[in-house]
Every structure is written in structure tokens, then in C-alpha cells.
Design a protein around this ligand. Sequence first.
Ligand SMILES: Cc1ncc(COP(=O)(O)O)c(C=O)c1O
Length: 377
Amino acid sequence: MNIPLLDLNRQYRAIRPEIEAAIARVVQSGRFILGPEVEAFENEVAAYCGAKHAIGVASGSDALLLALRAAGVGPGDRVITTPFTFFATAGAIWNLGAVPVFIDIEPQTYNISPQALAEALESSTDLQERAKAIIPVHLYGQMAEMDPISEIARRYELTVIEDAAQAIGAEYRGRKAGTVGRLGCFSFFPSKNLGACGDGGMIITDDDELAEKLRLLRVHGSRPKYYHQLVGYNSRLDALQAAILRAKLPYLDRWSAARAAHAAGYDRALAELPGIETPPVAPERTHIYHQYTVRVLGGRRDEVRKSLKERGIGTGIYYPLPLHLQACFASLGYREGDFPQAERASREVLSLPIFPELAEEEREYVVSTIQQVQRAD
Ligand SMILES: Cc1ncc(COP(=O)(O)O)c(C=O)c1O
């Protein structure tokens, strides 16, 4: 068998007429940038999440950049986040001249540790003074522990910007990802649970002023056209992507439920297997399983990955090097050993094939292959 980590073609084949109708509608309309499709999609995402405003932008990376700008983050400000995330989270901070401050993760959820966050702030008056915002990341589709994070943020007057790029539709205590902080950011990168046929992103907020500022920032600060209120960016969600995403949004919950069913299947089959740790879901959360990520213990992750590849199974490593150890951040002065949980995770995590259209036999083949590989020693 040949089982890729992700097969987007199967989704396309299942809803092809709807996607093609959406594309044709936009091409015939001649409206390609912003316009009614984008507005309609913004309204639909706002309603889906339970947010007042949604602002479509060019990518998840830009969503973070514009959210930080709208929150008033600028040169020299400190922005707290996790070192165990996709690069864009810290890249956005850096690109504004602000300084990412990393805090270690919880080993169970891989998300920023509220306890480590509280300790870091309590022990540094410099950080208390300079920190302006915090970006919790809802990694793999499971939300961070938002109540204590929000409480700490209130205490130190930090703006909470959720990086919900991997977690659209996930919930924490009945609240959807992106709606707990002041701003929430999504990515519609093709491999995401809600993926475009290209790049796309969105910011949600209940704050009228921030929404207004974001709408200006994405069009070079221009209002009316050619009169610039501030220096912004060209960062717009295009109408083709919005139309395609509108066709997909009604399926999102079904797709996430199908992922969760696969996750439950993997959990059942792998929970007792020595040397493998399945991903626990923390209380009061729904996980949308953007990734199904196990830990491979005993230093065998890369070996197991290679054996699976030889037997036709695609896997992923998200992420092999935590951000505090990336060459481009050397000047921040972090060292190996600073964040033991993130570093351990980067050596142990392995994401298995999970997507709604994955067949049960395929999942069973992945399971039996892992069992074989693990028991061979
Ligand atoms: C956690 C996280 N943040 C930010 C991004 C950036 O999104 P994009 O690729 O749409 O720029 C991604 C995805 O790629 C992500 O997974």
C-alpha cells in the first residue's frame, strides 16, 4: 500500500462540481480582489466562529503580522510565544522589529505552558515592562490552556493574539479557537483543515476599532482610495480563494469529525504499544486533529519514520528544530537546554496520515506496520 501523509486530490474529487462552480462564478464576475465573495466568506467565518468581525488577508503569516500591527506592537516590544510552532509565529514578531520571547510547552498538549509563562513574567520586571502581547498557538488542532493564559495576560496587560492557523473549529470550554483572545488568526494554506487552492488567511475579532484598522492595513492604509491614513501592506484574500473556501466551509465540521474518528482508531490501536505515546486530549477541549502526532520514545523516531517510508507510509515531523535554536534567531541568545520540553518534542514527534478521506483499511495498515516495526526489536 502507498499511504501519503495527506492526499488533497481525494477531497477535490469528492466536491469537484462545487469547487468548479465557485471558480467559474468568480472568473465570470471579473471581481478578483476583495469584493462580494470575500465579504460573504468573511461573514460566514465570523458566524461559524461566533466573532463579530472577520478580515480576509493574503496568508496566515500575514494574519499574524497585521494582528500584531493592529495591536500596536512595534520595534523593541516583547511578544511572548512558544518555541514549538511553525516559523511564521515568531517571524511575524521579528518582521515588526519586535522581539520574540519564548516560553516552554506542556509535554501533553505541546502548547505554551501557563505555569512557565507565569514564572517568566513574575521573575522579570524587564519582561513585565516590555511585553506587549502574547501569541498562544493551538498546535496540531488542540487549543492551548486559554483561561490561565488570559488571566496572566490581564494581569500584565498583554494583548492575546491566538495563532489558530491549525485549529479552526476547535473548542476550549465551548469557545471556538480564535474567539478567546482579542484577535484570532487563521491560515487557509492548502493542507489546513479548511484549505484554499493557494494562500489565504483571516483575522477575527470582536473589537470594532481593531477590525477597522485591519481593513485599512491590508490595503496600504488607503481610505478613500489613494489617500493613505497609515502605511500598511498589500495583503488581501483574493476572491477565487474566498469562493473555493465558501464551497468547503459547510463540510468543515464533518471533515474534522472524520479526522477525530481516525484519531480515536489510532488511539485504540496504539495506546498500549511500547515505545509509542498517543496524543492525549486535555479536559474540556475538542481536538480537530489537523495532525495526529505520536511520540516515538527511545531515540527511535527517525528510524521508525524510515521504516514506515520503506513500507509506503508518509509521515511528518512538526517541527524538527524549535524556534529558539534556529540560525536566524541566534542573536536572541538562546541555547540548547533552555526549553527542554520543546527540544524533547522536536526529537520525538511523528505525525501519521490523517485526513477525512483516509480509508479505514489504510489506517489499519499504518497501525499494523507501526506495530511490526516496534515489535521487530
Ligand atoms: C501555527 C501556524 N502559524 C502560522 C502559519 C502560517 O500560515 P500561512 O502558511 O498561511 O502563512 C501556519 C501554517 O502554515 C501555522 O501552522
